[in-house]
Design a protein around this ligand. Structure first.
Ligand code: 3PY
Ligand code: MG
Length: 268
């Protein structure tokens, strides 16, 4: 039976989940996403500003806001993956996974024996789940998701091998890096047709392997397309983009053009 309080259960049962994406390290920002109604919120520790303390505070505030907790680690930082799940992240996204070996090292760092080598002490994770340590251990491996990012030609070529890692729960596509890699560096085209074809193939293979497919989306149309292709975890909505967009809209609404005069930076 699907437990709707568990992100892993939702995704495995085929429910689509949209996650907000946070780069700014003030913990109130992910909390605002959660309280706005996002079902999940992702802390980006690859390209964002979070240090460990800010990430820990953010995980607690996302929980308080009623959303699922996801974090993206920097490349190959499997030690950080373990620390973040101890602190209550329910899902870790690992960027630039290009081989079976990399996928296996990452996923095994996320799972307790006999599946992997996760080291024991999930205090905060158990607290946020409302469980004792013993209760937490029973389902920890099934409920803590390891998603490998597929975002290079090399990863696409190795996809069957990557998907054959039993400890890995699924993949997450990075369409920007993927487009750069597919075009051999000549085009950043995350929404282009070549990238879209690759994304469709990746979803098909992932679902056939019985794993969860996730993807970073840069428009609402892409979220819809992704769901139709079988993706179930879609990111859409980035804190810095929201602020930039809202700042521009507000400036316009406030009549900044007239107030600032011609030639001013605000007079776009
Ligand atoms: C990509 O599109 O490459 C990503 O990693 C999304 O953040
Ligand atoms: Mg990327």
């Amino acid at each position: 039976m699907t437990d709707n309080s568990i992100l892993a259960d939702k995704l495995r049962s085929g429910q689509p989940v949209v996650t907000g994406w946070c780069l700014l390290s003030a913990p109130m920002v992910p909390e605002l996403f959660a309280r706005a109604g996002y079902e999940a919120v992702t802390l980006d520790m690859q390209h964002g500003m979070f240090d460990f303390d800010a990430a820990v505070d953010s995980l607690g505030l996302i929980a308080l806001g009623g959303a699922h907790r996801i974090a993206r680690i920097p490349v190959a930082d499997n030690a950080l993956a373990g620390r973040l799940i101890d602190m209550g992240a329910e899902c870790i996204i690992a960027p630039m996974i290009n081989s079976r070996e990399e996928a296996e090292q990452f996923a095994r760092a996320m799972k307790y024996p006999p599946m992997g080598e996760r080291s024991w002490s999930p205090r905060r994770a158990a607290t946020l789940a409302g469980q004792t340590d013993d209760e937490y251990l029973v389902n920890a491996n099934a409920r803590t998701l390891a998603l490998a990012m597929i975002e290079t030609q090399e990863a696409v070529d190795a996809l069957d091998d990557i998907l054959s890692v039993p400890e890995l729960d699924g993949i997450f596509v990075g369409p920007s890096d993927l487009s750069l890699s597919l075009s051999k560096g000549s085009a950043l085209d995350p929404n282009g047709p070549e990238t879209a074809r690759a994304c469709a193939d990746i979803a098909r293979k992932t679902i056939a392997a019985g794993k969860i497919a996730g993807i970073f989306c840069l428009s609402a149309e892409k979220v819809e397309e992704a769901v139709a292709q079988g993706y179930r975890l879609m990111s859409y909505g980035i804190d810095t983009v929201f602020i930039d967009h809202s700042a521009r809209v507000s400036l316009k609404e406030a009549g900044a053009v007239a107030l600032a005069g011609p030639g001013s930076k605000a007079g776009y």
